[in-house]
Design a protein around this ligand. Sequence first.
Ligand code: NAP
Length: 269
Amino acid sequence: MKIFGIFGDPIVHSLSPAMQNAAFRALGLDACYLPFRITKDRLGDAILGASAMGFGGLNLTIPLKEKALEIVLPDDLAAAIGAVNTVSFGQEIMGHNTDGSGAIMALEEKGIKIKGSRILLIGAGGAARAIAYTLAKEGAEISIANRSPGKALELASSIQAEGYGLEDLERLVPQADVIINATSVGMKEGDPRLFDGNLLHTGQMVFDIVYNRETEMLKDAAKAGAVAIDGVMMLVYQGAKALEIWTGLKPPIDVMEKAVREGLKARER
Ligand code: NAP
């Protein structure tokens, strides 16, 4: 049996084991995917140990994605983003980043053409960086706004985009075709809004990568007649891309989505 896993700290709430094990079953693979709580200071030992034990592949999550660059050989995208969420074991221990392509696939399945779209990305943390670099490669017209404007400017300048603070959202939101929330705002009930929902209008697409609840931003989008997309499919597609990297097989998207949605429902109970 091939072992796969996810390393993080904390890791107990990860939906990836349910999602990947469901995919392995559907594909008829003799494989299992397990969560491991790994602290930053033991990441090197843990990755080398997994390699020595013949693991099929790994995912990395908070707080390990950046630290992994010191241990694995990143591909060009992971190196540019500065974070690794997928590790493959071949001739080399390679680091990949599938978060950005997961986000883009979640948008594309709703019919959005990335090339030429005016995309407003809110956030400049790890997930936002992954999305920004992947969107830039696809030819989107990107604006980035962040609570710490310096981080938005830095990220924007590395992909020839514009960087702003959150006070600029009042002007930026109405002009955008697609608005992406890549901050952690909205994860908790009672989180404040990043902008007034009345700034949204029909014809826009609002993608909130938070996946654990329907955020106020998504409620505002639906109310304004905009298309509202939650973070579930990004989670599914980033996992699907990882599975494809490890196995070369076509991932069973429906099965993976069902496992994630069931996992989220079970959390509510
Ligand atoms: P991160 O690196 O810690 O970045 C957090 C971002 O949120 C930063 O831009 C930060 O701004 C901003 N932020 C935090 N609190 C804020 C507040 N009160 N007001 C305004 N902005 C605030 O985190 P991350 O890894 O990028 O994750 C961000 C979110 O994406 C999380 O909710 C995570 O669950 C979600 N995510 C979803 C998926 C998926 O597959 N759907 C994948 C990855 C992440 P500053 O720079 O000013 O601190």
